[in-house]
Design a protein. Structure first.
Length: 226
């Protein structure tokens, strides 16, 4: 398929969502399978914007949300093998802080301005930090270091984070997602018109990407939009 028929996938996601980490891995497989250019942009969503900026004790937060240690163990036990199948080593016990992800989404937004590859690297690193290393991704030092590892200027990120830069822009993007009917993540928006909800398997994502790319090549997306 020619370059002009490549498509864009906007991934509405939160970096503390384990299904979004799984979805990222499956999207990578899907893109490799289709064999043509797929441009990925990461869009913000907050599973819980009410978490204080400094975060909360994760154990207490999870107990408040799910009610019992047994229920929490059941949830983790269901997710862990799915992660292993995608090369993810979930270390839920290592996560001590339930982070507010607003600042993480600000940095992801800035990474997007630095380029698609930079943003993709940052998102992957934040998933790893939270789920595999138990880092607090609400911590500004953690975010600045991750930004530097992704190819950004860590000192600039460190300077911007304590300010209100792009706070409203991120909140507005989240509000837009809500208005579009997105109530859960991940959500994959293909060419801004077709949504694939949830951490679908790689084959399902690849099929959807192929179908939308073919429709675009036939000039049908403009008609669908109208």
């Amino acid at each position: 398929m020619s370059a002009e028929n490549s498509i864009t996938v906007d991934v509405v996601s939160d970096v503390v969502c384990p299904w979004c980490f799984i979805g990222q891995k499956r999207l990578d497989k899907a893109i490799a399978a289709v064999g043509f250019a797929v441009h990925v942009r990461w869009r913000p969503f907050q599973l819980d914007p009410t978490i204080p900026p400094a975060g909360m004790d994760r154990r207490q937060y999870m107990l408040g949300k799910f009610g019992s240690e047994e229920r929490i163990r059941e949830i983790h036990a269901r997710i862990e093998p799915l992660g292993e199948a995608e090369g993810i080593h979930f270390a839920f016990g290592a996560i001590k802080v339930a982070a507010n992800t607003l600042d993480a989404h600000r940095v992801i937004r800035w990474a997007g301005a630095a380029g698609e590859d930079v943003q993709n690297r940052l998102v992957r690193r934040l998933f790893q930090l939270n789920f595999e290393e138990g880092a607090n991704i609400g911590d500004h030092a953690v975010l600045a270091k991750a930004a530097g590892e992704a190819g950004m200027d860590a000192s600039v990120v460190e300077t911007l984070l304590p300010t209100d830069a792009d706070v409203e822009a991120v909140r507005n993007e989240i509000a837009t997602a809500s208005r579009m009917g997105i109530t859960g993540v991940p959500c994959f928006l293909l060419e801004g018109k077709y949504a694939v909800m949830g951490a679908q398997d790689a084959d399902t994502l690849a099929d959807a990407i192929r179908q939308v790319a073919q429709a675009k090549a036939r000039g049908e997306l403009e008609t669908a939009a109208g």
